[in-house]
Design a protein around this ligand. Structure first.
Ligand SMILES: NC(=O)c1ccc[n+]([C@@H]2O[C@H](COP(=O)([O-])OP(=O)(O)OC[C@H]3O[C@@H](n4cnc5c(N)ncnc54)[C@H](OP(=O)(O)O)[C@@H]3O)[C@@H](O)[C@H]2O)c1
Length: 312
């Protein structure tokens, strides 16, 4: 990195919670001990944006890692941006605040920087996170609309412990509907995005409305076709003397999105944080020369995660 290259420290302005660190660590890790170690490693590598969810069933471990860093004096609350998410079984308005407060308790945080509706799909309310009928089909909840859940989210902002709110796994069509009726606009939208699924139209809409687009699967979920083996990405990596992962992540920030990546390996977290600005021709080449189009995660169609802790 040249001393002036501050790409890794990019913050994207939004309404509600000031500026969101573009470089984010995702905590979708099956094992709580591994979660705590990886979160600690991510903080040590420099990540200041953590993405959590009640669905990941490991908020306690994330909270412990954060508080260890607070106690050690290596991290200040004001430097950290924490997102967590409302699960599908808690969309009924009366369930939103209890779910939010439970996440705050598990994370041991008074305030959440951004609280996100994990998917636009409401599941049967209750303690079972994955409710299924006798034939194994998901039981959806037709008794609540996304707009009603959004209003309950807005009330969390009014109450003061939630700095901003957002949506995830949402289509442009549904996002338009919420933006049209929102009293408090979404600060962030978290969707799958990478060079094989750039979502330019969604990004344009988000920009127009001051919403941060946060890309998950920024490295392609380590699935096939392997984004990190794409000839366009590997050729640029060689040219700029970076790794393919660093090229994909730099591209994400430079085009104006935030991103999430996950690893349990400290050296990979250091690598993923160590991004530098790409030359403009490399940015254009990724946009124009890659024609592969893949969605790796079908959660956007069903509300059912592609993989969940314990199954990955
Ligand atoms: N809203 C949603 O529905 C949703 C869905 C999925 C994910 N997410 C969020 O997004 C986060 C990111 O997860 P993801 O799977 O999408 O992330 P990803 O970064 O696209 O993929 C992670 C995979 O890439 C590997 N990897 C990490 N760093 C690497 C590097 N520098 N070089 C090469 N390979 C590397 C990891 O392997 P190792 O572990 O072996 O290093 C891991 O298997 C999740 O933790 C979660 O917070 C949200």
């Amino acid at each position: 990195m040249t001393p002036s290259d501050t790409l890794r420290y990019t913050r994207i302005s939004t309404h509600g919670s000031g500026a969101i660190p573009a470089v984010g660590f995702g905590t979708l890790i099956p094992d709580p001990v591994a979660t705590k170690q990886a979160t600690r490693a991510a903080l040590e590598a420099g990540f200041r944006h953590l993405d959590c969810a009640e669905r990941y069933r490991n908020e306690v471990a994330v909270g412990e890692a954060i508080h260890d860093a607070f106690k050690a004096g290596t991290l200040r609350r004001e430097d950290l941006f924490v997102t967590t998410k409302l699960w599908n079984t808690n969309h009924r308005p009366e369930r939103v605040k209890p779910a939010f407060d439970a996440s705050r308790r598990r994370l041991q945080l008074d305030d959440i920087d951004c609280y996100i509706i994990h998917t636009p799909f409401a599941f049967q309310p209750g303690d079972e996170q994955d409710p299924r009928d006798g034939d194994g089909r998901v039981i959806y909840d037709s008794g609540v609309t996304l707009a009603e859940t959004w209003q309950a989210m807005e009330r969390l902002v009014d109450d003061g412990h939630c700095k901003s709110i957002g949506l995830s796994d949402i289509t442009l069509e549904k996002l338009r509907e919420i933006v049209a009726v929102a009293r408090i606009r979404p600060a962030m939208v978290q969707v799958e995005s990478h060079p094989y699924l750039p979502e330019w139209e969604l990004l344009d809409f988000c920009r127009e409305h001051g919403i941060v687009l946060q890309a998950f699967a920024a490295l392609g979920h380590a699935m096939e076709p392997n984004l990190l083996a794409d000839p366009v990405i590997t050729a640029i990596a060689e040219r700029v003397r970076k790794t393919p992962a660093q090229v994909a992540l730099a591209w994400a920030v430079q085009r104006g999105t935030a991103f999430l990546t996950t690893s349990t390996k400290p050296w990979r977290l250091q690598e993923s944080f160590d991004i530098s600005t790409l030359p403009e021709d490399a940015m254009q080449e990724i946009r124009k020369s890659i024609s592969t189009n893949v969605r790796f995660n079908s959660v956007v169609k069903t509300g059912v995660p592609g993989f969940i802790p314990g199954t990955r």
